[in-house]
Design a binder for this molecule. Structure first.
Ligand code: HDD
Length: 709
């Protein structure tokens, strides 16, 4: 009877889960996903029965056709004539496509963009004016230097590419999580990427800039100084894709209905605030969980915690183009927010994971040249080159018809006479394949009058053909100083430590010759064994808002989606554990039970011999590490606790574990528990509900964050 009741309850639960998924499915479907749906459906339906690619049913896909001696039962050679086996192997042999030449490793998700403030004064683009619209988007986050199989948490810039499937065509913002770039002119890109990628003679190192060639390039290109300091800062080791900013980096333009142009930079700011790992954590995670970031994004979306970014614009009127000390078309310079404030006008929410990584995340292809009417380019020499490069690289990666691949197709109609090429999926009817023609009567000139067609801004261009950039492009240090000056003291220390780490991996330490800041140069030189400079470049001492991560806290501080490890051993208090878990769950955190073994752990009062009444541990202490969690509770294992402490994480403890915690770590300035025998939850660095970032808590406790355990 009990068994039947239990089964009934299980099936009811399953039905409930299925119904919830259905609802989620419907609410997260958008125009783009609906448009892609027929393809998925046909694949799913044919999946019930194995067929060849040409549709013939197959009864055995497990044995190659062979010659068999019926008298002995021994088989002879496999037959080449087996077209079914041949097809399977052929298809497998050609599964790989070239990985992206940069940004090879990434993860993506679907979502939508919603505008809350129309900007007709700047742009006529409906996506930036129609607040009733929900524009489907696909976002892909990536590291830059590593191969497809490299680790997520390496020190690197992160790509932040967003494709808007607007009703007027696809608009791609192909950005990074750092607002500036290493080089000013696109012609330098191959040199820069070669220098950053593994060295040619031995293909070492993987996914790291800690090598001679990268720093050699930096030394020879002082324009790279500004971005290098960003790349050595905490921005280059984000806690999560969900907790980093995105920047379009290049200067684009907005064009309004009157045909007037305004220069613009695009920025995404996460609602969760900007947070980073500490270096020691990042290093360890690269080995312990190389998929840390892609799993984090996937799990958050699966659990219904949809990451959200506010979308902002910084605008500069055409008449003000020359009023700044830097050139606004120089991608190695940012527009300081005190000079050009960010105006947040919309938001992006990612609410649906991909169904198939290859078909969607791998085959998605972005182009900076994809803009829609009302949005244009600028003469930023990096952007000009990018507009050529992206389309071109997609041809190598995906073939000339890459825009017909489901994830890349626009949701609006496409009509032109681009034809043929490998893997053309469209079947065009009609007798003509040129324009204009005798059937389509509208002469091209009349299209000019249509407001919804793309109109280039008629910029006036006069001059000499010369291989140069503007005069202000020659200044390379002022903003590197501005960024460094704006960092909190502990952020500066992280930059110093990062530089020292990188240069320790080089045979020729050279950074101290390029002094952004005298103290920085002296410290780094001291650590890597270089000549310690006595005089430095004059520091202008200026700072700007929005550059330190401490200026970018969460809009609504929350423990949502944070991972909390509950460490238990036999004899634990199940009542308290259940209550704490429930409290954490109610706040949106995920809890994981870690025990001395992955099996039943028995609470006080339960006889282990009985084999029942225990709690199943999700993992054992060796199977997972403290690095994979944001906080730990009831720390019993010395290494876990010390490591988590060194990584600035909140540590909770109960009862006996309080004195253990006190012995395991020395907590300067923190009175761990007034009464060690109290049953109250004791938290060292945070509070269970109303989460504050570890760093924030540390600062409030006036403890210096350090990366050492
Ligand atoms: Fe790039 C990929 C971002 C300069 C050439 N780039 C790529 C991706 C991102 C960026 C996020 C991955 C897109 C995806 O997820 O598929 N790139 C940037 C930013 C830059 C930048 C923010 C500076 C403002 N890139 C840049 C230059 C060039 C390229 C100057 C060439 C002249 N980038 C490429 C590429 C890639 C690429 C080779 C490789 C794969 C791809 O395009 O689709 O064409």
């Amino acid at each position: 009877m009990t068994g039947a009741f239990q089964r009934l309850q299980e099936s009811l639960n399953e039905a409930k889960i299925a119904a919830t998924h259905k609802v989620n499915e419907i609410t997260t479907m958008n125009e783009k996903i609906v448009e892609m749906w027929p393809n998925k459906d046909s694949v799913e339906r044919s999946g019930n029965r194995l067929t060849t690619d040409s549709g013939t049913k197959v009864y055995d896909a497990d044995h190659w056709l062979k010659v068999v001696d019926p008298s002995t039962g021994h088989h002879g050679p496999s037959l080449l004539e087996d077209q079914i086996a041949r097809e399977k192997i052929h298809r497998f042999d050609h599964e790989r496509i070239p990985e992206r030449v940069v940004h090879a490793r990434g993860a993506g998700a679907h979502g939508y963009f919603k505008l809350y403030t129309p900007i007709p004064e700047f742009s006529s683009a409906p996506v930036l004016n129609d607040t009733a619209r929900s524009t489907p988007v696909f976002a892909r986050f990536s590291t830059v230097a590593g191969s497809r199989g490299s680790a997520d948490t390496v020190r690197d810039v992160r790509g932040f590419a967003v494709k808007f499937y607007t009703e007027e065509g696809n608009w791609d913002i192909v950005g990074n999580n750092i607002p500036v770039f290493f080089i000013q002119d696109a012609i330098k890109f191959p040199d820069f990427v070669h220098a950053a990628k593994p060295e040619p003679h031995n293909e070492v190192p993987q996914a790291q800039t800690a090598h001679n060639n990268f720093w050699d390039f930096q030394y020879l290109h002082s324009e790279a100084t500004h971005m290098s300091v960003w790349a050595m800062s905490d921005r280059a080791i984000p806690r999560s894709f969900r907790m980093m900013q995105g920047f379009g980096v290049n200067t684009f333009s907005l064009i309004n209905a009157q045909g007037e142009r305004t220069f613009v930079k695009f920025v995404w700011t996460p609602e969760l605030g900007v947070h980073s790992l500490v270096w020691d954590e990042a290093l360890k995670l690269a080995g312990q969980d190389p998929d840390f970031h892609r799993k984090d994004l996937y799990e958050a979306i699966e659990n219904g915690y949809y990451p959200k970014w506010r979308f902002g614009i910084q605008t500069v009127a055409e008449k003000d183009q020359d009023k700044f000390e830097f050139d606004i078309l120089d991608a190695t310079k940012l527009w300081p927010e005190d000079l050009v404030p960010v105006n947040y006008i919309g938001e992006m929410v990612l609410n649906r994971n991909v169904d198939e990584f290859f078909a969607e995340t791998e085959q998605v292809a972005f182009c900076t040249s994809h803009v829609v009417p009302g949005i244009g380019f600028s003469d930023d020499p990096l952007l000009q080159g990018r507009n050529f490069s992206y389309f071109d690289t997609q041809i190598t990666r995906l073939g000339v018809n890459w825009e017909q691949i489901p994830i890349n197709r626009p949701v609006c109609p496409v009509m032109n006479f681009n034809r043929d090429g490998a893997l053309n999926h469209r079947i065009h009817k009609g007798k003509v394949n040129y324009w204009p023609n005798r059937f389509e009567a509208v002469p091209p000139a009349s299209h000019k009058q249509e407001t919804d067609s793309y109109q280039e801004y008629p910029a006036r261009v006069v001059g000499l053909k010369l291989r140069v950039n503007g005069a202000k492009f020659r200044e390379h240090f002022a903003q590197a100083q501005l960024f460094y000056n704006s960092l909190a003291e502990y952020e500066k220390k992280h930059v110093q430590a990062a530089l020292a780490f990188e240069l320790s991996h080089c045979d020729e330490p050279i950074v101290y010759k390029r002094d952004i800041d005298l103290a920085l140069a002296q410290n780094v030189a001291n650590m890597v064994g270089g000549d310690i400079p006595k005089e430095g470049r004059q520091n202008h001492g200026r700072k700007a808002p929005g550059l330190s991560q401490t200026d970018l806290p969460a809009i609504r501080p929350s423990i949502e989606t944070r991972r909390v490890a509950m460490i238990i051993a036999d004899g634990f208090d199940i009542g308290v554990l259940t209550a704490v878990r429930a409290a954490l769950k109610a706040e949106g955190a995920t809890t994981w039970v870690i025990g001395p073994r992955r099996g039943m752990i028995f609470p006080t009062g339960v006889d282990p011999e009985s084999g029942t009444g225990g709690l199943m541990a999700d993992h054992h202490l060796e199977g997972q590490r403290s690095t994979m969690f944001d906080a730990i509770f009831n720390g019993r294992a010395v290494h876990w606790v010390r490591e988590a402490f060194g990584h600035l994480k909140p540590i909770g403890a109960l009862g006996d574990a309080v004195s253990f915690l006190q012995q395991a770590v020395v907590l300067p300035g923190v009175d761990l528990a007034a009464d060690p025998n109290s049953d109250e939850v004791v938290i060292s660095y945070g509070v269970v509900t109303g989460w504050k970032s570890s760093v924030g808590i540390l600062r409030s406790l006036d403890i210096e964050p350090s990366t050492s355990v």
